[in-house]
Structure formats: C-alpha cells, structure tokens
Design a protein around this ligand. Structure first.
Ligand SMILES: Cc1cc2nc3c(=O)[nH]c(=O)nc-3n(C[C@H](O)[C@H](O)[C@H](O)COP(=O)(O)O)c2cc1C
Length: 207
C-alpha cells in the first residue's frame, strides 16, 4: 500500500492540518506495517507555476517536444508519476481566502494534464480520469465555519473545488474532514480539533 501525503500549510509549527495528518497516519499505520509513505510538501517547497513554454509543450504530442520543452515539463512529469504511484492520498489543505493555498493550486496545475491524468473527447465532449483506483482524505482547517445553508456555506471553494478536480482525474472515493472555527476562542477551537480527530480515528480503522 502506497501513501502520498500532500501538505500545503505554510506553517511548519502549530499547523492543525499537519498535526492531525500525523496523528491519522500513526493510527492508520498501526495495523498496516508495510505502508510506503512519501511526503510532497508543497506548503514548504511549492512547485513551479506552469509557463508559456510549459503550456505549449503540454499541448503537443510528446515525440514532437524539444529538449527545452521536455525540461519545462520535467517537474510536472515527476509529480504525475508520484501521484500515479500512490494508492492513497492524504491531503492537508488549510482554507486560504475561501479556496486552496496557491502552492496547492500550482501543484494541481502540474498534475492535472490531458492524456496524463485525464482524457477528453472533443467529439462527445466527455472526459475520463486516468488516476482511478485511489482513495483520498482531505483534512481542511479554516478560521471560520462554512456551514452549508448559511451565507458562508456558499463561499467554500476549498473542499468543494478539490472534490471537483479529484473527480475530474478519476478519484471519486474522497473523505473530507473539516476543522472549522480555528479563529474562535480556544475552547471552541480545541473542541473542533477533538471532533475532527475522532472522525479521523474512526476512518483510520477501515480507510
Ligand atoms: C493566507 C491565509 C488566508 C486564509 N484565509 C482564510 C479564509 O478565507 N477563511 C478561513 O476561514 N480561514 C482562512 N485562513 C485561516 C486558516 O485556514 C486557518 O488558520 C487554518 O488553521 C490554517 O491551517 P494550518 O493550521 O494547518 O496552518 C487563512 C490563513 C492564511 C494564512
């Protein structure tokens, strides 16, 4: 079993997503000693953004790409290989300005690529994900509480966006554990962390 952990908090210390991720992995690994675990820390080491050359190279058949174009796509290719390698994705994703951290968006721009992680048929206008057969878990803290049905609920473009893009590349089995109210008084904040941890410990038994 192969786990790819993707962290996107810019905080190394006191990060709720990183702490809960570590606790989940420890619990999950207890009965699964043979897990191979890779960490892709885009919060600390963000990938390059796509460039014009990158986009041009991406849109042409691989055998026609120049050495410069292949170099422009090299990081993306490595990130895709790593993603395709994994059976499980654990994503630590704090909400930043109602969406995902920009480093994670750069990562997604690098791994969501036509004929690598999805296909698109311009005749039938249908797409198919090529990263199928994986499970994903998203741990997503936020300062506020984005309760569905409230005005803030309509402003959550974080896990809603991730569910769309993961589904687009064929990853449909996704669990989301929100950790809201992280800017509330400490008692409420800790209560939300405890609730999220309890959900994660449940999930660790049969993920
Ligand atoms: C740049 C930035 C933007 C943020 N934007 C939001 C936001 O739009 N909504 C929100 O509820 N929290 C927002 N937050 C708060 C974080 O989601 C919250 O502090 C979370 O706990 C961070 O995750 P971490 O503890 O794993 O670092 C933002 C934090 C940062 C650093």
């Amino acid at each position: 079993m192969k786990l790819l952990e993707i962290q996107s908090s810019v905080r190394k210390e006191n990060s709720v997503s990183r702490t809960l991720s570590n606790e989940f992995i420890q619990a999950w690994q207890t009965d699964r000693p043979n897990i191979q675990h890779k960490l892709r820390d885009v919060g600390i080491n963000p990938p390059e953004h796509p460039t014009g050359l990158w986009a041009k190279a991406n849109n042409m058949p691989p055998e026609e790409r120049s050495p410069e174009m292949m170099a422009a796509l090299a990081e993306s290719e490595a990130l895709i290989e790593e993603l395709l390698w994994a059976d499980y994705l654990l994503m630590g994703v704090p909400m930043y300005n109602l969406s995902v951290p920009s480093s994670l968006k750069a990562y997604l721009d690098n791994v969501i690529r036509i004929n690598r992680t999805f296909t698109f048929d311009p005749v039938t206008y249908t797409f198919q994900g090529l990263a199928r057969g994986k499970k994903a878990l998203i741990i997503t803290p936020s300062a506020a509480n984005f309760v569905v049905g409230t005005p803030l609920g309509k402003m959550n473009f974080c896990d809603t966006y991730l569910l769309s893009v993961l589904g687009f590349i064929g990853i449909d089995e996704v669990s989301v554990v929100p950790v809201p109210d992280q800017f509330m008084p400490d008692e409420i904040r800790q209560q939300e962390i405890a609730t999220a941890k309890a959900k994660l410990m449940d999930l660790a038994r049969d993920w």
